[in-house]
Ligand binder design. Structure first.
Ligand code: FAD
Length: 335
C-alpha cells in the first residue's frame, strides 16, 4: 500500500473497499461475481478482507484474500486480530498471507483478552496455556511488534484509529481520543505504516482528530497516511445499529435528513449517498501531506458505494490499452 501511495501524485485521491468473508458457498460465489465487477468498474487502490475476532473466520478470510489477491489481482490488506486465539493461528495466518502474495496486514487486537476465570472453565488448561496467545498478545501493538520481529519489512502494517474515542468492552466507559493517543503513539513507534479509522459521520470530529495527530508532539503522525473510514448508508436500521455499536455520533443535521425519509428505503439510500459524498468533498479539502484516501465499509454491497464513488469522482481512469495497428496480433492487438 505504501509503495502504491508513493507512486501517486501527492495531490491525488484514492479509495479502498472492505469486504467480509461470506458464510456459505453460495454467498462466496455471489461475492466473487460482485467483486469481479467492482474491481473492473471501480478500480480501488486496494481492498480489505476482515478477520473474525478470535480467528473465527480464519479459513474463510484467507480464501477471500486468495480470491482478491491471486485471482482478481487486487492489492489486498488482510485484517488480523491477535487476542483469544492461539499463537499458531497468528503464525499460520501470516505464513499463508505471505504465500498468497498478500503484502498488507491491518494489525488489530480483536475482542478484549478472555479472563483467567474463563480459561479455567474451558477444558484442557494445559493445552490452552501452551498455546493461548493471551500471554503474547494483549493489545494490537503486540501484534505490530511481532510482525516486525518475524517478517521485518515484508508486510506493510496498518493499525486502527478512533476519531471519536473507543468503545472497549473491557472498560465500562466509553474511552476518549485522549485516552487512546498514547497507545496509538506506541503502535506508530512499533512500526505501523498507516492508520485506518473507525467509521464516523461527524466530519468535524474527524477533522479535529486528524489535525491532533498531524500536530502531535511525537512527530510520528506528520506524514503517516491516515485513511478515514466511511460506511455508506444502506438502511436506516443498519445505520442506527452500526453507529450504536461503533459509538459513532450522528450529527443532528444528518439525523434530521435521514429521519425525514426513514420510511422509504430508496430515499434513505439517496440521502445517504448525498451525505457521504458531501463528507468526501469536505475531507478532500483538508490539507494533507500526500494523496488523500477514503476507506469504504461496503458490507459486501455494490450499488450505494458505486454511486458515492461516481459522484465524488474517486474512480481512477482505466489504464489505457495501447493498440498497435497491423502488429502480429492483427489490427486490434493490444499491448
Ligand atoms: P488496541 O490498539 O490494542 O486498543 C484497544 C484498547 O485498549 C483501546 O481502548 C486502547 O486505548 C487500549 N489500550 C491499548 N494499549 C493499551 C495498554 N498498553 N494499556 C492499557 N490500555 C491499552 N475487529 C475484528 O475482530 N475483525 C476485524 O477485521 C476488524 N477490523 C477493524 C478495522 C478497523 C479499521 C477498525 C477501526 C476496527 C476493526 N476491528 C476489527 C475492531 C477492533 O478489533 C476492536 O475495535 C478492538 O476492540 C480494538 O482493536 P485495536 O486494534 O484498536 O486495539
Amino acid at each position: 500500500i505504501t509503495d502504491k501511495l508513493a507512486a501517486l501524485p501527492p495531490d491525488s485521491n484514492y479509495f479502498s473497499l472492505e469486504f467480509f468473508p461470506p458464510k456459505t458457498q453460495h454467498g462466496f460465489a455471489n461475492l466473487h461475481a460482485r467483486l469481479s465487477r467492482m474491481a473492473q468498474a471501480l478500480r480501488p487502490l486496494f481492498v480489505n478482507v476482515t478477520w473474525g475476532a478470535g480467528g473465527s473466520t480464519s479459513a474463510k478470510s484467507l480464501a477471500l484474500a486468495e480470491l482478491t489477491q491471486r485471482s482478481l489481482q487486487l492489492t489486498t490488506c488482510l485484517h488480523l486480530t491477535c487476542t483469544n486465539m492461539s499463537r499458531r493461528l497468528v503464525d499460520d495466518a501470516l505464513e499463508q498471507a505471505k504465500a498468497l502474495g498478500v503484502r498488507n496486514i491491518l494489525a488489530l487486537r480483536g475482542d478484549p483478552p478472555r479472563s483467567d476465570e474463563y480459561r479455567d472453565d474451558s477444558g484442557d488448561q494445559e493445552a490452552l496455556e501452551a498455546d493461548d496467545s493471551n500471554k503474547d498478545f494483549m493489545w494490537a501493538v503486540d501484534l505490530v511488534r511481532y510482525i516486525r520481529k518475524q517478517y521485518g519489512d515484508y508486510f506493510c502494517v496498518g493499525v486502527a484509529g478512533y476519531p471519536e474515542g473507543h468503545s472497549d468492552q473491557s472498560h465500562p466507559e466509553h474511552q476518549s481520543v485522549g485516552h487512546d493517543m498514547p497507545y496509538l503513539v506506541e503502535k506508530a513507534a512499533a512500526g505501523a505504516d498507516f492508520i485506518m479509522t473507525q467509521l464516523f459521520y461527524d466530519v468535524e470530529a474527524y477533522t479535529r482528530y486528524e489535525r491532533r495527530l498531524r500536530e502531535h508532539e511525537s512527530g510520528l503522525f506528520k506524514t503517516i497516511p491516515i485513511i478515514p473510514g466511511l460506511m455508506p448508508v444502506q438502511s436506516y436500521q443498519i445505520l442506527r445499529r452500526t453507529t450504536k455499536l461503533s459509538h459513532a455520533a450522528l450529527p443532528p443535521d444528518i439525523l434530521k435528513r435521514l429521519e425525514a425519509v426513514k420510511g422509504d428505503d430508496e430515499a434513505v439510500k439517496r440521502v445517504g449517498v448525498d451525505i457521504i459524498t458531501e463528507a468526501v468533498e469536505t475531507m478532500k479539502s483538508i490539507p494533507n501531506p500526500g494523496p488523500r484516501g477514503f476507506h469504504f465499509y461496503t458490507l459486501n454491497l455494490e450499488k450505494v458505494v458505486t454511486q458515492i464513488l461516481e459522484r465524488s469522482s474517486l474512480i481512477p481512469p482505466a489504464t489505457p490499452i495501447i493498440t498497435m495497428p497491423y502488429s502480429n496480433g492483427g489490427p486490434d492487438h493490444a499491448i
